[in-house]
Design a protein around this ligand. Sequence first.
Ligand SMILES: Cc1cc2nc3c(=O)[nH]c(=O)nc-3n(C[C@H](O)[C@H](O)[C@H](O)COP(=O)(O)OP(=O)(O)OC[C@H]3O[C@@H](n4cnc5c(N)ncnc54)[C@H](O)[C@@H]3O)c2cc1C
Length: 418
Amino acid sequence: MTKSRTDLLIVGAGMTGLAMGLALADEGFSVEFVEPQQPDLDSFEQQISEFENEIPSARVSALTLASEQLLRKLNVWHRIAQARAEPYTRMHVWDGETRGEISFDALDLHEPWLGHIVENRLIVAALLQRAITHPDIQFSFGVSVSSFELSDSCQKVRMSDSTERECALVVGADGANSVTRRLAGMGTHEWDYGHHALVATLRLDSSHQHCCWQRFTEDGPLALLPLKSDASDLVSLVWSTSPEHAQSLNELDDSSLCDAITRGSGLRAGKVIEIHNRAIVPLRQRHAQEYVAPGVALVGDAAHTIHPLAGQGVNLGFQDGAALVEILCAARDRSEVLGSLRVLRRYQRRRMLTNLRMSAVMQGFRTLFTPQPAIVEMVRSLGMRAVDQCSPVKQHLMLDAMGLRGDLPELLKRPLKI
Ligand SMILES: Cc1cc2nc3c(=O)[nH]c(=O)nc-3n(C[C@H](O)[C@H](O)[C@H](O)COP(=O)(O)OP(=O)(O)OC[C@H]3O[C@@H](n4cnc5c(N)ncnc54)[C@H](O)[C@@H]3O)c2cc1C
């Protein structure tokens, strides 16, 4: 029976867990990852060259400038940027039912871009490649956790292959259906948005102009996100709509679906001429009632999942991980017990309200754009146009969307310009 002891056992080597684990190991903590998937451990360069010959995956993230900072500090951003990160310099959001619209431009903030669109698999590959060579990180692939004995000071973890581990703290970074959350008996508040997302990679008949296009309709938002390609003509589709509508769209042949997306996006970004990698993802809002219990903490989608309409999910996950790293470093400096509720509650206090606020905003958008009486639609349209004309409000919204406001952990802050 294998028994090893590390400072942290991170359950789940996805984007959030890997970023957090690397940051912890860079601070001198010993970390073990438990991940049921067996990833491709070929060299990153080899994986990238394979990716480059393929149409981009349909699972992408809009990374804020704050998340870019984190990935820079973890020394992986240059690899992501060299590969297939596409900067977006503008965002255009409009109401499909009225004449309301808002445009955001990086130039208004004297920034080169508002963020980047990156394939999730590329982010994971870049983080993994650095983590597998880190002297303070170990991996157990192909296994999961099956039970915990949790306490303040020593966590005993039994694995699916009957081996055991001991650690100071278990971190659940195992996504929306977190087993860590369930095994630790942590409840959730959940509700169905009544939306499924149809995702795909599309080719347009013209350049995407480095713009994120998002049309709000009564069925839900349709977003086209710019992807890297020689002709700047590839975009990622996220069309959130009723499950029945998503299903009926997905039953269309490629040519009819391209036409439906062109119509759905109001032709603003051009005509859709190719579709690849289509899939349907059900959308559900979840929020753990507690992020922490003695000996365990949840980060990323294990703690909260939100509607993708503002592209904030993994950005919040990175903030969770970085905040927890900061709190654990401070606790170690004071010789406190890492798994104690006294320490872990500092993390919950720091992150829960911010994440709940973002969930509420997403729910608000969802409700605002469901069918409304004409008067509400008129106010909505006037409101959007008023915001578009008001630079201070727009700048405020842009800084939020870029992750540059609020109580940011140090790892996500940009160096001060001198
Ligand atoms: C359609 C769509 C579009 C989105 N667009 C954006 C966007 O533009 N920007 C953005 O910021 N966010 C976006 N999101 C949200 C984002 O994808 C998630 O927030 C993000 O993937 C969460 O990362 P995570 O590492 O916390 O969890 P996950 O990515 O779910 O990773 C969890 C990891 O845990 C592993 N795991 C699962 N079960 C176990 C187990 N039992 N034991 C051990 N490990 C386990 C998994 O294999 C995986 O490696 C979008 C989401 C959707 C659905």
